[in-house]
Design a protein around this ligand. Structure first.
Ligand SMILES: C[S@@+](CC[C@H](N)C(=O)[O-])C[C@H]1O[C@@H](n2cnc3c(N)ncnc32)[C@H](O)[C@@H]1O
Length: 268
């Protein structure tokens, strides 16, 4: 992958490109006045990561629409929450101010943003993404993207993005260390109308969740483990989730595992 900047980069954009090339094992290339297509041909590499003044843009090919961070639907959902309206994920996860949330499948960070707003300044959201380029694009976007609403910007900044596979990350955590553990894996059968996720598909990890990972999530969660899947997916049963009722017309559904009060140690 080529890592470069825009044609007239600031000193900080140059520095960021160098850092990212090191982090992601990319080839740091000075842009000068060359087009992305020219760079791609010159260095025989189709993949490009471009550091602009405000964001990172990842191109699988110079001619394609890039992947970049944008809160998109999350912004709409957070604005609804600000007006006191309900959000299905916040409601069924029971996420409240002060909660800690582990989002095991960060993707473009939309659900993490909604959780971060709902958990508030006293809460905490850690978002895991196994794919390094995607993780970097979203991490940098969460640090710098500005909406016109300061409380939403603060919710973006509070999210801690971690580039990690959730199976090994969960294993490393102590029991009961997060209130809510959330999974939104790539659906076993994609919902074709979901064009918003199209640029993500090529980069994402498509591996199925294992029952062992869910057992780890149950150990780590204090309140609930939640999964999003295609409405009629057999994954809910296979992984031991209770389906939450959704409209018949809804393409996606949610499943929940309620955590029983875990036994306290008896005093000796
Ligand atoms: C459907 S997307 C999540 C979308 C996200 N909820 C949002 O609101 O933008 C699933 C993401 O989980 C990531 N993923 C899949 N398996 C993973 C794993 N084992 N560890 C960490 N991330 C994983 C994929 O790479 C993909 O980016």
């Amino acid at each position: 992958m080529i890592v470069t900047t825009t044609e007239k980069p600031s000193a900080s954009a140059r520095l960021k490109a160098a850092e990212l090339a090191g982090e992601l094992g990319g080839k740091l290339v000075e842009r000068r006045n060359r087009t992305l297509k020219q760079l791609s041909e010159r260095y025989s590499d189709a993949e490009l990561l471009v550091v602009t003044s405000g964001e990172l843009r990842y191109y699988r090919e110079a001619s394609e629409t890039p992947l970049y961070f944008h809160p998109s639907m999350a912004y709409v959902r957070v604005k609804r929450l600000r007006k006191g309206e309900r959000d299905p994920l916040v409601e069924l996860s029971g996420c409240r101010p002060g909660d800690s949330v582990l989002d095991c499948t960060a993707g473009l960070g939309s659900d993490a943003v909604v959780f971060s707003y709902a958990a508030g300044p006293e809460g905490a959201v850690t978002a895991l993404e196994s794919e390094p380029v995607l993780c970097a694009v979203v991490r940098e976007g969460l640090k710098s993207y500005r909406t016109e609403l300061p409380d939403v910007n603060e919710a973006l900044r509070r999210i801690e993005m971690v580039c990690a596979d959730h199976a090994s990350y969960l294993t490393s955590l102590p029991d009961n260390s997060f209130d809510i553990v959330y999974f939104d894996p790539m659906f076993r059968q994609p919902v074709t109308e979901s064009s918003a996720l199209e640029p993500l598909r090529a980069l994402a990890n498509h591996e199925a969740l294992s029952p062992e990972t869910i057992a780890q999530a149950v150990r780590v969660a204090r309140k609930k483990v939640v999964i999003k899947e295609k409405n009629n997916s057999p994954e809910f049963e296979r992984l031991g989730f209770e389906r939450c009722p959704v409209k018949k017309t809804s393409a996606v559904g949610y499943g929940v595992i309620m955590i029983e009060p875990k036994q306290c140690k008896q005093p000796t």
